[in-house]
Write a protein that binds this ligand. Structure first.
Ligand code: SAH
Length: 239
């Protein structure tokens, strides 16, 4: 686990041997289940450490508040195999994590993994973010909203900001040329009650491409009609 351990240290995240063991188990379960359930195209041990685990932990450089606080509630939308939410939970076990995933088979993997790793305060919700965001137990309930590789930013903002508490933040992971995507998200950010605070570059030589964290704070309430019904935020983005 040297690649993960060294990379995490550069991010200021210390992983002890029990945590590294959890990551190792995560890797083994991922590649094992991947033969039956389509979870990832990345299966090489080194690549998973960097492109999945370390990339997930890179989000923590955007989090100023005490992430290891039991009052922190974090939601990961379209989490797939648990990314980026589960690596963050392993590194910061005190926080409360909710994973949202539309595909039941992937959610079954997450249930299995949660038990295998002995994780507490992890809730797995199967369904579409468009619907779950209207349930009162999830709407406006999270200090931190995360989502990786799910949709372009204008769509993502509509799925994510309804989950955010006032003064909470949505952090999107993006790579490559992001200027146009950010400009296109301007309208959605305003409409949904957000404010683009910062675009942070992830500076780790483990990554050969340019990776960014787009940090959007929730500064005013999201109007009740958002998100629109399933599929609409992607089909007719608020651009
Ligand atoms: N975040 C993971 C998975 C990305 S693939 C990673 O970075 O590896 C996108 C995942 O989002 C898929 O598993 C898909 O089922 C899920 N998804 C897409 N749209 C969704 C929605 N509206 N609500 C919930 N899950 C969604």
């Amino acid at each position: 686990m040297e690649y993960l351990k060294d990379g995490a240290r550069k991010l200021g995240v210390k992983l002890n041997s029990a945590q590294l063991k959890q990551f190792q188990m995560y890797y083994l379960e991922l590649v094992s289940w991947n033969q039956r359930v389509n979870l990832t195209t990345i299966t090489d041990f080194k690549e998973v450490q960097i492109k999945h685990f370390l990339d997930s932990l890179s989000v923590t450089i955007a989090l100023n508040h005490q992430i290891n606080d039991t009052k922190i509630r974090l939601v990961d939308i379209g989490t797939g195999a648990g990314l980026p939410g589960l690596p963050i939970k392993i590194a910061f076990p005190a926080l409360k994590l909710i994973l949202i995933e539309a595909t039941a088979k992937k959610a079954a993997f997450l249930d299995h993994l949660k038990a295998k790793l002995g994780l507490n305060d992890v809730e797995i919700v199967v369904g579409r973010a468009e619907e779950i965001a209207h349930e009162i137990r999830y709407r406006k309930q999270f200090n931190i909203v995360l989502s990786r590789a799910v949709a372009p930013l204008p769509t993502l903002v509509e799925l994510a900001l309804p989950f955010c508490t006032m003064n909470g933040s949505f952090i999107a992971q993006k790579k490559g040329a992001i200027d146009q995507e950010i400009r296109q998200a301007d309208k959605a950010i305003n409409l949904l009650g957000g404010n683009l605070r910062e675009i942070k570059r992830v500076n780790l030589n483990e990554f050969l491409d340019e990776r960014y964290l787009i940090i959007i704070d929730k500064t005013s309430p999201t109007p009740e009609q958002y998100p629109r019904r399933s599929g609409i935020p992607a089909k007719r983005p608020l651009i």
